[in-house]
Design a protein around this ligand. Structure first.
Ligand SMILES: NC(=O)c1ccc[n+]([C@@H]2O[C@H](COP(=O)([O-])OP(=O)(O)OC[C@H]3O[C@@H](n4cnc5c(N)ncnc54)[C@H](OP(=O)(O)O)[C@@H]3O)[C@@H](O)[C@H]2O)c1
Length: 225
């Protein structure tokens, strides 16, 4: 049976952009929301946009998490811990979670160009603490903006994939590879998500100063295509 990818918070900007790209690449996507009607609506809009045999369903977050093989977490940092606590008993063993969240100060009313201090070191390390044993984690996509994802054009961005579980990193890198133009790079351990998350705040500042919406990151000098 084809794998199912849940996008928790998939009604939002980042989640719907990722859902669009992954469903367009042929993946079976479950949009998750706190309110299933909102998820249905996003799923319907994306299905109409992609057309053909696009496989996108809308569910509440818990149903999407329970039904998926891979879950991409795309809720604001301020809501992530509560959601993960709610889902702790819901996950199937073997589920892979991919965390995109960035602890921007904007999530609690501060500046979008600043990060909050997170006791664990990063949003991803906080997420790790809130997953049960048997559910593995990689952090990715924090530097790939929603505006870039929502278009049809190939993206011009490297995506750093961090984690302590090789299988989760491999799956996250595979999803990156489904987005035309995106290149997955091995970002090392999960603790490096601290660096990656902070780059997002920098990219938001670049977007503001250069009056663009899609500043991204490319690394040079690596023996990779
Ligand atoms: N936007 C970007 O360009 C970008 C880029 C890289 C990473 N990210 C990360 O991706 C995540 C989502 O960003 P976004 O811009 O898409 O945010 P968003 O549109 O504000 O929120 C995404 C979705 O999360 C749900 N949500 C909102 N508050 C919540 C709460 N307190 N608890 C649980 N669910 C909640 C909402 O869905 P329902 O109301 O349907 O439940 C909303 O549609 C953030 O952590 C962000 O740091 C964003």
């Amino acid at each position: 049976m084809a794998r199912k990818i849940a996008i928790l918070g998939g009604t939002g900007a980042e989640g719907s952009g990722l859902a669009f790209r992954l469903a367009k690449a042929g993946e079976h996507v479950l949009i998750g929301s706190r309110e299933s009607p909102r998820a249905h609506q996003t799923a319907r809009v994306l299905r109409e946009r992609i057309g053909g045999a696009a496989q996108i369903e809308g569910l509440d977050n818990a149903s999407a998490a329970a039904a998926c093989d891979i879950a991409v977490l795309t809720v604001p940092f301020s809501g992530a811990a509560a959601l993960l606590k709610q889902l702790k008993s819901v996950w199937k063993p073997g589920t892979i979670v991919i965390d995109t969240t960035v602890p921007l100060a904007a999530t609690v009313g501060g500046a979008a160009t600043r990060l909050l201090g997170v006791w664990q070191g990063s949003a991803a390390e906080q997420t790790k603490e809130l997953l049960p044993p048997g559910v593995s984690l990689a952090a990715a996509f924090q530097n790939l903006g929603a505006e870039t994802l929502r278009g049809d054009a190939p993206v011009d961005c490297d995506v750093l994939v961090c984690g302590d579980d090789e299988k989760a990193k491999q799956v996250a890198s595979e999803l990156v590879g489904l987005i035309p133009g995106a290149r997955a790079l091995n970002g090392g351990k999960l603790e490096n998500a601290r660096i990656v998350e902070s780059l997002t705040a920098l990219l938001i500042g670049l977007n503001m100063r250069y009056k663009v919406h899609g500043a991204g990151i490319r690394f040079t000098g690596l023996p990779l295509k």
